[in-house]
Design a protein around this ligand. Sequence first.
Ligand SMILES: [Zn+2]
Length: 402
Amino acid sequence: MTSLRQKDLQELIARRNQEEPIISLYLNLSRPQQRSTEVNSMLHTSLQKVKSDDRFSREQQKSLQDLSRKIDAAFHGGKIRLEPRSRTLALFVGTDGFWKEVQFPVIVSHSQVHVSFSPYTRPLTALKNVFTRYAVLVTDSRQARIFTLFMGDIENRHDHFVKDEVPDRVRAKASLASGGGRVMGASGGGEPVTSGIGDQKIQRHIQDHVQHHLRNAAEKALYVCKDSGFERLILASTEDYLISSLRNHLHSYLQQRYIAAFKADPEEHTDKLRKKALGVIRTWEQEQEEQTVNRILEENHAAGLAVLGTEPVLEALGFGQVHTLVLENDLKLGGYVCDQDGTLSTYLEKCPACSQNMRKTEDLTEEMIEEAVAQGAEVEHVSRSHEEFATYGIGALLRFKV
Ligand SMILES: [Zn+2]
């Protein structure tokens, strides 16, 4: 998890169940021409709904109307400055003066407005993988390139080349001695090439240089890791043996972050490298998803550390057992929430903890996600359909049994 997501999400989650209402607005920016009328009409519709909701006092209703005008004015008066690459804007504004704006270069959600006493954070929790910073280290025997990928783009400030300083003369000799290959910039080196005797020595010399180069590349990767804080490392090379040698040179920090390798040349076109890496990341993420779902299915027995289905997950949340909450992307559940103590249920109208009347909600899933994040649990949104898991739609890995 990156600092960006952690910071933003934690700040918002900390504002759950406030005294004063908060407006959460997500705006898909891919259709700029309709933007301001869209904001206006979404706010209008949501505030109409609030009028018939007795959780909001007359005073709060009035504050919300004022707030809605303030948001509208911010869009028109240029207070909200959209960055050119932004595809989604998320805005959280409270009647108590809270104002938080986040922009994303990806489409996070469709346009929507929620008015409640907690910020609506579900679309943000689905972003986990988008917020992961990856590093890609591409090497051949002589040069390497390392760069980081964040939200699908290469970050220029973490893009470095590493070049070996093997004298070209030695290389040319080795290359000819081994019967061809690439002669690297050996222009006008007058010496005749010997064969047989001395070849082994030259080869060993070259191998030393290759190892030296890989060690440099691994050191550079460690530097980039400290500098950028990347969480996952991908290696690439034209040769498999270079990848396995390189892995031996990696610091243990980096070994833990290594996830996959692919075929590429450090001199390949940047965008080609980027696309190859994104393909590798996609595959890896799908495998991870598969593994998590399989673990839940396997551990879902009396002595196991997983539960499946809404009621068992609610119970586990109640006991603070949830390590990872896993749910289908579009899962929608209705239910009841206790505003006193946060108890959640799909069917109980009276709270079992405090016997107050529970509030009906159309989005119990959001309440479950917020509760999970507030407890420090991971949230995984499953995007592919897994037949067995799909019959439940929700499950959790547990920290402990009760
Ligand atoms: Zn209660």
